[in-house]
Design a protein around this ligand. Structure first.
Ligand code: CTP
Ligand code: CA
Length: 225
């Protein structure tokens, strides 16, 4: 049967995967969030586990079930996600950051529900820590660091810039151009770019199959170390 004959190329490896959105609190009943479903990250975590890796999944709020034999750490905010990632990064051989982390968070959280008053209202925001960029700074040669990019224009140029700026081994560009790809969908169409500048475009496929493609690239990178 399958589970006996399947080779486990990632046995003994540890993986850290982030997934889902983050929720940045405004007051006790409100937050700033986004439409990330977490499906892509959960599929990657499940696939890495199937390939033999010891997987920690740091997840923002999603409606998904934790994949079997995966260690889950539930977080809400970008700051909590950063803390959870820092705690496991050093021990991880493979790091895949598929979460849709908020870029900005309220400068302060009201401790009571904000009442409506004035006609106009605005909330002051400050930048969150770019978790991926921070981990990229600390990355060792034996680690494989994978990031994602969501772009609507000049896709390749922006993705290559992120790959270099954040010191990644591989970047997965989500194509917004193609229907059936993106946040809530069960399918995705990606282009992967590695450090050597190798650009590969993949067909539209299920997120499980995209996860397989990403993991194949990760195995290749680990094997070349
Ligand atoms: N990312 C992160 N921490 C953040 C913001 C982004 O770890 N605070 C990671 C995401 O998980 C993803 C990658 O960075 O792997 C790219 O995210 P994206 O939103 O496409 O890029 P940004 O660098 O945030 O730039 P922008 O949103 O301005 O395009
Ligand atoms: Ca962003």
């Amino acid at each position: 049967v399958d589970h006996i004959t399947t080779p486990l190329p990632l046995k003994g490896k540890r993986a850290l995967v982030t997934a889902g959105p983050t929720h940045e609190a405004i007051d006790p009943v409100r937050f700033i969030g986004n439409h990330s479903s977490g499906k892509m990250g959960y599929a990657i975590a499940a696939r890495l586990e199937q390939l033999g890796a010891d997987v920690t999944l740091v997840s923002g709020p999603t409606a998904l079930k934790i994949p079997h034999h995966v260690t889950a750490v539930a977080v809400q905010s970008a700051a909590q996600m950063f803390d959870a990632c820092k705690a496991v990064f050093q021990q991880a051989d493979i790091i895949v950051m598929s979460a849709a982390v908020a870029d900005y968070t309220p400068t302060e959280v009201a401790d009571q529900k904000i009442k409506k008053k004035t006609e106009d209202f605005s909330i002051a925001l400050k930048k969150t820590t770019d978790i991926l960029a921070r981990l990229g700074k600390e990355k060792r040669e034996d680690q494989t660091l994978v990031g994602f990019a969501l772009e609507t224009n000049n896709e390749l140029e922006h993705a290559i810039d992120k790959l270099q700026r954040k010191n990644l081994d591989l970047i997965v560009l989500n194509s917004m151009q193609d229907s059936g790809a993106g946040f809530a969908a069960d399918t995705n169409k990606v282009t992967m770019i590695n450090r050597a500048g190798d650009i590969q475009t993949y067909d539209l496929k299920s997120k499980e199959d995209v996860a397989k493609d990403i993991c194949t690239r990760i195995i290749d990178h680990q094997a070349a170390l």
